[in-house]
Design a binder for this molecule. Structure first.
Ligand code: HEM
Length: 416
């Protein structure tokens, strides 16, 4: 193609891009589907944006999750690239940073404790937490749904499930707040929060070993597979990843999801009508569609080529980092009809919002439960909920992996 026929590659990782990355992703899918770029941290990586390539990359065992395979690691020296896992080795030896056979063993053990059935049993508690949080602002007529609702709900839910006593859960809320606010920014406060969380979890695990209960941490300690158990350190890393992987993601599902509904009044009305008639099926397909349309995880977590390989016709060298852009793949017109349209009843919706392959989201059942409960309860209790800000004034958090709003101001008729 003549050079002038192709517009210049869009700027990535700017504020405008953070507000609406989808036009840039459409350009990449079309013109440079496996695209070499320099990330804000200075690390060079490949961005994979087409659905078929993304799905293939997520399941390709030659793409390792272990940062030891990163070629720049030796060039920059340990810990200089900003890639997670190069610091705090202990807590970072978790599912998202390891490959088989270690991954297989740990995932099997945690799956014994964190089962879909256990999650289903937790449904009434999630409903209770949701109502309690809405009680906090329903009489006011206005709220910031991120701070007052989307942010606290997942942290209290997972703390409850893990067995963190209620009186300690606000500490987690503070630590998590620090992590979410500074996720892509200054490291000092985040490092301190991670350290406090680690200390707390280590102590809690120790306590539960002597005095087990029905909670998830006790389940993790008890879980055994062919006589194998998690060590205390592995259990701490596992509890940490459950908190960490399940927290900001769910905040963004509730935040992005509510925002998308408010921006698409016909879809929101359709959902409200279905819920009023007691029909939950649109809620189930709708939450999946919200994950596809504007999902919480913009880019899947790091992968590194353990050998040179070809992906989407592009040669990738051994040691190169590969980032699969889930948000781009899930808007690929080659896979989804009218990909930029929100259709809560969409069928054939095999989106990649929860990933794919052996690292497929372990917490998907809990995320679905929280997302469905949060959205249905909000719409039921505050039926005339509306946006109280100009969409152009809303700020998106500029982290690399996640996509989510900093604030979501809303107004509504106060509950009597
Ligand atoms: C993995 C998305 C909620 C726990 C993943 C991955 C994605 C994802 C895309 C794969 C990452 C990769 O392959 O690089 C989401 C979304 C959520 C959500 C969109 C909310 C809407 C949760 C929750 C938990 C959780 C609530 C647990 C409480 C995990 C864990 C992994 C994971 C442990 C690692 C699995 C492995 O490596 O084997 N998630 N997640 N997630 N997620 Fe989630």
């Amino acid at each position: 193609m003549h050079q002038n026929d192709t517009p210049a590659a869009p700027d990535l990782f700017t504020w405008e891009f953070a507000a609406d990355p989808y036009p840039a992703y459409a350009w990449l899918r079309e013109h440079s589907p496996v695209h070499r770029t320099t990330l804000p941290s200075g690390v060079e990586a490949w961005l994979v944006t087409r659905y078929a390539d993304a799905r293939q990359a997520l399941a390709d065992q030659r793409l390792s999750k272990n940062p030891v395979h990163h070629s720049e690691r030796s060039a920059h020296g340990k810990g200089k690239t900003g890639i997670p896992g190069e610091r705090s080795a202990n807590l970072m030896t978790h599912l998202l940073n390891i490959d088989p056979p270690d991954h297989t063993r740990l995932r099997r053990l945690v799956s014994k404790a964190f089962t879909p059935r256990r999650v289903a049993e937790f449904a009434p508690r999630v409903q209770e937490l949701t109502d309690r949080l809405i009680d906090g602002f329903a009489g006011q007529g206005e709220a910031d749904l991120i701070h007052e609702f989307a942010f606290p709900l997942p942290i209290y839910a997972i703390c409850d499930m893990l067995g963190v006593p209620p009186e300690d859960q606000d500490d987690f809320r503070d630590w998590a707040g620090m992590m979410i606010r500074h996720g892509g920014g200054p490291r000092g406060g985040v490092a301190r929060s991670v350290k406090k969380m680690r200390g707390y979890l280590a102590e809690l695990i120790h306590r539960k070993r002597n005095d087990p209960g029905e909670d998830l941490i006790s389940g993790l300690i008890r879980a055994s597979d062919h006589g194998e158990h998690l060590t205390e350190n592995e259990a701490a890393a596992m509890a940490f990843i459950l908190l960490f992987a399940g927290f900001e993601t769910t905040v963004n599902l509730i935040g992005n999801g509510t925002y998308a509904l408010l921006r698409n009044p016909d879809q929101r009305e359709r959902l409200q009508n279905a819920l009023a008639e007691g029909d939950g099926s649109l809620l189930a397909t709708g939450v999946e569609e919200l994950l596809r349309y504007d999902g919480p995880v913009e880019l899947a977590t790091w992968r590194f080529a353990t050998e040179s390989l070809t992906l989407g016709g592009q040669r990738i060298a051994e040691g190169d980092p590969v980032l699969v852009v889930l948000a781009a793949a899930d808007r690929d017109p080659a896979r989804f009809a009218d990909p930029d349209t929100l259709d809560l009843a969409r069928r054939d919706n095999q989106h990649l919002g929860y990933g794919h392959g052996i690292h497929y989201c372990l917490g998907a059942p809990l995320a679905r439960l929280e997302g469905q409960t949060a959205l249905a309860t909000l719409l039921r209790r505050l039926p005339d909920l509306r946006l109280a800000a100009d969409p152009d004034d809303l700020r998106w958090r500029g982290g690399l992996i996640m996509r989510g709003l900093r604030t979501l101001p809303v107004e509504f008729t106060p509950e009597a």
